[in-house]
Design a protein around this ligand. Structure first.
Ligand SMILES: CC(C)(COP(=O)(O)OP(=O)(O)OC[C@H]1O[C@@H](n2cnc3c(N)ncnc32)[C@H](O)[C@@H]1OP(=O)(O)O)[C@@H](O)C(=O)NCCC(=O)NCCS
Length: 243
């Protein structure tokens, strides 16, 4: 498994509102809130003039009221001198984020986690409650609603109140894990681990054999959870932006 394959599966399973392939660079635009879906992913390079392509990428984003932003994954961007070119233009690299993978094994699904192939209202409510603001909620919700099948939305409730959610969507034998959220007051009681277990049991039924996710490098609680479930870091990506 390589980082390029995971990046391509991420674009498929966590779909931006708009995706355009321009000479191998994927241009993604959504609501302008989160980085991944509002950036240029230079995954392949089939063009002739890199500097002109950077100009065109900046213009493409600006036309959508988005700031200049490139997402460079270590070992999976092209051309190889793109980081140096962006640095020469004054770009800086921010928000290092781990791309983690783990094998998916058959397992029994926990019986206290509900799974649905469409987003249930309880999932939506938790997502809204844990989002920083309405714009972030709407952007993430829109992406989750666009996710292709097979997909699964997990909710875990206690006494009628949903306290933890998570979702997965697969592309071939790769299953992406997204929106793992536990209500702040309900954390550290094993809920995310159960949500994860339910999603992985379902992903195995789909035939997916490798799970992947992205987690910001300073998110120690989430990384601890994923490492305890067998995930290891495959690569790191950073956003290159103008200060
Ligand atoms: C990450 C998150 C989903 C974990 O949810 P949770 O329900 O508290 O997690 P669990 O109780 O199932 O914890 C499972 C394991 O994760 C690790 N873990 C979870 N929180 C941790 C913390 N604050 N510090 C260290 N390890 C932690 C531990 O290994 C834990 O097992 P243990 O309690 O037996 O030691 C939750 O902290 C959260 O919603 N964070 C904000 C949203 C977010 O960052 N999501 C992930 C985006 S990639």
């Amino acid at each position: 498994m390589n980082a390029r394959a995971i990046d391509l599966a991420t674009v498929r399973t966590w779909p931006a509102a708009e995706t355009e392939d321009r000479d191998g660079w994927l241009h993604l635009a959504s609501g302008g809130v989160t980085g991944r879906v509002n950036a240029v992913w230079p995954i392949d390079w089939r063009g002739a003039d890199v500097e002109a392509a950077i100009d065109a990428a900046e213009a493409w984003l600006a036309a959508r009221a988005l700031p200049a932003r490139f997402k460079l994954t270590d070992g999976a961007y092209a051309p190889l001198d793109l980081a140096e070119r962006l640095a020469r233009r004054g770009y800086e690299a921010v928000t290092p984020t781990l791309i983690m993978t783990a094998p998916i094994r058959a397992r029994a699904a926990p019986d206290d986690v509900a799974l649905s192939d469409a987003m249930p209202a309880a999932f939506d409510a938790v997502l809204r409650a844990v989002s920083a603001d309405v714009a972030e909620y709407e952007e993430r919700r829109g992406i989750a609603l666009r996710a292709p099948q097979p997909a699964a939305f997990a909710t875990m409730a206690r006494e009628g109140q949903t306290l933890a959610i998570g979702m997965s969507a697969a592309c071939g034998d790769l299953a992406g894990l997204y929106l793992m959220r536990t209500a702040p007051e309900a954390r550290r009681q094993g809920r995310a681990r159960k949500v994860f277990g339910a999603l992985m049991a379902r992903a195995h039924q789909w035939g997916a054999r490798t799970a992947f996710l992205q987690v910001e490098a300073d998110n120690a609680p989430a990384i601890a959870l994923y490492e305890s479930e067998g995930f290891t870091a495959l690569s790191t990506y950073r956003f290159w932006r103008k200060p």
